[in-house]
Design a protein around this ligand. Structure first.
Ligand code: HEM
Length: 250
């Protein structure tokens, strides 16, 4: 992953000259080994506004040339606030206010940090990497900081949790549900071979699943043979244990 983002200064210079951008001005960025390292002020000069040095943005400290996405990031673009900075946090929160546009990831959950990593993968795939920005995720010599290590650990945890959730969804797919318009405000839940968007060779029977940390319960489908003893799952009141459809009182 890091190797992908490194760019030899000579290659970067050739690229920028070829593209006609004022990139290689003396003193614009520190160079350490083969990594181009920008300070956040230097990166700020690549905001895409008229007279600026170019159009760059950073995610998790990795800087990309996003000129080809000018319609998004250039002046007047819907995501112009990402230009010339590392606003990693906003990629997860969608908070595009000045205080939300920050590289501080404090308090974000593993799945939120994983979402930022997915944006980083998106930029690696679609745009040209040009270096690192020093400060939060990389130091002045372009080496990863403790903050980056911490973010990477959260990504690993986020992936583990997602795999666990996917496994849980395969085992206990969500039920179909419809609200009944009649008096009483009840609803009907039932299982089918595609309920919950999980195609399978069995329908199963509805059970109430109470998840740790959540207030209410939700309906999941359980294979008939597992229904008798499925820990943590409850039958719906007044519904026969092997019925495929249950009416739930509101
Ligand atoms: C956390 C929230 C969001 C973030 C961080 C985000 C970020 C982005 C970014 C960075 C791009 C440009 C991608 C590129 O370089 O090609 C983009 C494109 C786009 N976004 Fe979002 N977005 C968010 C939410 C939304 C929402 C809620 C909608 C719709 C209601 C939306 C609609 C679009 C559309 C339609 C495009 C493509 C525009 C085009 O190709 O012309 N985005 N988004």
């Amino acid at each position: 992953m890091p190797g992908q983002a490194l760019l030899l200064p000579t290659a970067a210079a050739a690229l920028s000259v070829a593209c006609g951008w004022l990139f290689w001005s003396r003193g614009f960025e520190a160079r350490s080994g083969s990594v181009v390292v920008f300070s956040s002020e230097e990166l700020g000069r690549f905001s895409g506004v008229e007279g600026s040095a170019g159009l760059y943005l950073a995610v998790l400290g990795e800087v990309f040339d996003v000129r080809s996405g000018h319609k998004h990031y250039g002046p007047g673009g819907a995501y112009s606030f990402f230009a010339g900075r590392d606003a990693s946090r906003a990629f997860a929160t969608g908070d595009f206010s000045p205080s939300g546009l920050t590289d501080d990831l404090s308090g974000l959950s593993p799945s939120e940090v994983m979402a930022i990593q997915e944006w980083l993968d998106f930029y690696k795939k679609n745009y040209t990497p040009v270096g690192k920005v020093s400060g939060h995720f990389y130091d002045a010599s372009g080496s990863p900081t403790e903050a980056l290590r911490h973010a990477e650990a959260l990504v690993v945890e986020g992936r583990r949790l997602r795999a666990e959730q996917e496994e849980q969804k395969r085992r206990f797919p969500p039920c179909n549900a419809e609200w009944s318009a009649g008096g009483g405000g009840g609803s009907r839940v039932w299982c089918s071979k595609h309920s919950g968007g999980v195609p399978r060779g069995w329908s199963g029977v509805p059970r109430k699943l109470q998840e740790a940390g959540s207030v209410g319960s939700r309906c999941v489908c359980v294979k008939e043979e597992d229904a008798a003893e499925a820990p943590g799952l409850q039958e719906y009141e007044g519904c026969p244990p092997l019925a495929q459809s249950c009416t739930v009182k509101g």
